[in-house]
Write a protein that binds this ligand. Structure first.
Ligand SMILES: Cc1ncc(COP(=O)(O)O)c(C=O)c1O
Length: 407
């Protein structure tokens, strides 16, 4: 174990050292990659004792239920979020699937925000109803609508903040106050990992992330994580993730995430500063109808974001819509032309990479959401989502200038 008292050091120190065990074999500083499917026992008796968890310390037996490289990643995430424990998954959707399978049963009712990532949207419109779980969709930022949606059999309230792709901010503490102690509040914090936002501290019971995004941060590994109480995490790990889902990350991906997380604080500062600069530029552009970014004073979520998101960091993702009739083009046609003319942003889904990524939610990430549901959540055909990378903000703005000129 590290000699550092993680609760007394700053985020920048904690995120580098947390979860990093001293390597008893050779003293390796970086956590080794335990690329093994299974672990050997000295004797039959030793194996039986380790299976029965009767041996003190961490003793993995098979990499689906535990692997030292992945365990280091889980411990770093638990420490980062201030949770008792964490369970790592092969992807963000693995995390979403494990949470709903662990805590929702036939006959239960769950409330999902009216705008969530397309994959999660499929879970709540198709998978869960097929399993006999009743679902209500509401704007979870609307406290009265949320209160009205609660039923005696409500077991979970699920939302993203900021959400995908409207960058809407929901008040985590206010949702927990409405939910009370018996309804689990689950926050997908993918768009705002610590040190931007601490969902558990704000009252969430469970926080999950697509690690694929900012937490790994290099666009080279898929992963997911769920963080919460030790009892909830044991239930997810033992009854769901290692059995019905069986989706741990590979040890190599866990290693990549451990490496990526060491620079999380530095990267997030730069992502947020760049996003703020680009958001301000787009807001002042004569071609842009609206910019969705909680860092802007004009954003309806700004006041809440100032309270809920820490250190003046509002995230690296923004969405925007072009005006109709830009040089005779509809907002949708102008948007397509703009994306095709930009030279730095890659046209790609995903987000949180060093590279700036730009996408069209209606035809890409949210294509599976019905057109009516998209419109109800504000996802117009002209909406464009931008994940602002770590390049120079000036170069990004210059690139938008030339692409607008080319419209
Ligand atoms: C908010 C959010 N949650 C979950 C996911 C799913 O994550 P993954 O792609 O790692 O499965 C995504 C993917 O984009 C996302 O944006």
């Amino acid at each position: 174990m590290s000699k550092i008292n993680m609760s007394s050091v700053d985020f920048e120190t904690m995120i580098i050292h947390a979860g990093q065990e001293h390597d008893s074999a050779y003293g390796a500083l970086a956590t080794p990659i335990y690329q093994t499917s299974t672990f050997c026992f000295d004797t039959v008796e030793d194996g039986a004792a380790k299976f029965a968890k009767q041996v003190p310390g961490y003793h993995p037996v098979y990499s689906r239920s535990g692997n030292p490289t992945t365990r280091a990643f889980e411990l770093k995430c638990a420490c980062m979020e201030g949770g008792e424990d964490a369970v790592a998954m092969a992807s963000g959707m693995g995390a979403v699937g494990s949470v709903v399978l662990a805590f929702l049963k036939p006959g239960d009712h769950a409330i999902f925000d009216d705008s969530v990532y397309g994959g999660t949207n499929f879970v709540c419109t198709t998978n869960l109803p097929e399993l006999g779980v009743e679902i209500t969709r509401v704007d979870t930022a609307d406290r009265e609508a949320l209160k009205a949606a609660i039923r005696p059999n409500t077991r979970m309230i699920y939302f993203e903040t900021p959400n995908n792709p409207m960058i809407k901010v929901t008040d985590i503490a206010a949702v927990k106050a409405v939910a009370g102690p018996d309804i689990r509040v689950v926050v997908d914090g993918t768009f705002a990992p610590p040190p931007l936002q601490y969902a558990l501290k704000l009252g969430a019971d469970i926080v999950l992330h697509s690690i694929t995004k900012y937490i790994n941060g290099h666009g080279d590994a898929l992963g997911g994580v769920v963080v919460g109480s030790a009892a909830d995490m044991a239930l997810i790990r033992n009854n769901c993730m290692t059995k019905i889902n069986g989706c741990p990350p590979s040890p190599f991906n866990s290693y990549l995430v451990l490496r990526g997380m060491k620079t999380l604080a530095l990267r997030m500062e730069r992502h947020c500063a760049n996003a703020m600069a680009v958001a301000k530029y787009l807001e002042s552009s004569p071609y842009v109808k609206h910019v969705y970014y909680p860092g802007l004073e004009s954003d309806p979520g700004h006041e809440l974001a100032c309270r809920q998101m820490e250190n003046g960091l509002f995230g690296g993702i923004l969405s925007f819509e072009l005006k109709d009739d830009v040089k005779g083009l509809s907002s949708f046609e102008a948007g397509k032309k703009l994306l095709n003319s930009l030279t730095i942003p890659a046209i790609a889904v995903s987000l949180g990479d060093p590279d700036t990524l730009i996408e069209h939610p209606a035809s890409m990430t949210h294509a599976g959401v019905s057109p009516e549901a998209r419109l109800a959540a504000g996802i117009t055909d002209g909406l464009i989502r931008l994940s602002v990378g770590l390049e120079s903000a000036r170069d990004l703005i210059n690139d938008f200038e030339q692409a607008f000129a080319a419209l």
